[in-house]
Design a protein around this ligand. Structure first.
Ligand SMILES: [Zn+2]
Length: 157
C-alpha cells in the first residue's frame, strides 16, 4: 500500500484508466477480461481467478459518464432516425473494439437528445461524426482534471 499516495496524486480519473489489474481479471457484469494490460472482450473462456467490475461497468453502476453529447435544433427533430442510426453505429463499433467504450444512457424528447458514455473519446468521435455528416455547430467543453468531455451539437433547418 506504499504506492497509494503516489497513485492518487498522479491519477485524476477515479475510474482507473491507468490502473493495472491482475492478468485474467474478469468483470462479472459484462464478462470483459483484463489481458495484456487492457480490458478486452473474451475470445475464449478463461479461468476466472480475480473478479472485479471493469471501469465501464463501474461508471454505468455509478451513473458517472466520462463523456456526454447533447444534440438540439430543428434539424434533429426532422432527421431523428438518420442521426440516431449514425450514433448507434458509432457506439456499436466502439463497444466491439473495447469493453470500455459503452453507452450509459440515451435520453430523448422532441427537440433534444442526450447521450452519456463511459469514454470521453467515444463522445468526441460522435461529435466529430455529426459535424462531418451534418455540419451545424459543435462546441466542446473539456475538463482535463476529471478527463470528462461534454459536446454540444446544434443545427436548425
Ligand atoms: Zn464490465
Amino acid at each position: 500500500m506504499r504506492n497509494d499516495r503516489n497513485i492518487k496524486e498522479k491519477r485524476h480519473d477515479p475510474y482507473d484508466v491507468g490502473r493495472k489489474y491482475s492478468e485474467g481479471t474478469y468483470c462479472p457484469q459484462c464478462q470483459a477480461n483484463y489481458w495484456g494490460g487492457r480490458w478486452v472482450w473474451p475470445e475464449k473462456t478463461h479461468s476466472k481467478t480475480t473478479i472485479c467490475l471493469c471501469p465501464a461497468c463501474r461508471r454505468k453502476r455509478d451513473d458517472f459518464p466520462a463523456g456526454e453529447v447533447y444534440l438540439s435544433g430543428t434539424y434533429l427533430s426532422r432527421h431523428r432516425t438518420e442521426i440516431l442510426n449514425l450514433i448507434r453505429n458509432i457506439i456499436d463499433e466502439g463497444r466491439e473494439r473495447t469493453p470500455l467504450k459503452r453507452l450509459i444512457t440515451l435520453k430523448r424528447d422532441r427537440d433534444n437528445l442526450c447521450i452519456r458514455l463511459t469514454d470521453n473519446h467515444l463522445a468526441r468521435h460522435i461529435g466529430d461524426a455529426l459535424y462531418k455528416a451534418y455540419k451545424g455547430e459543435l462546441q466542446l467543453k473539456y475538463s482535463d482534471e476529471e478527463k470528462f468531455v461534454r459536446l454540444y451539437w446544434h443545427r436548425d433547418v
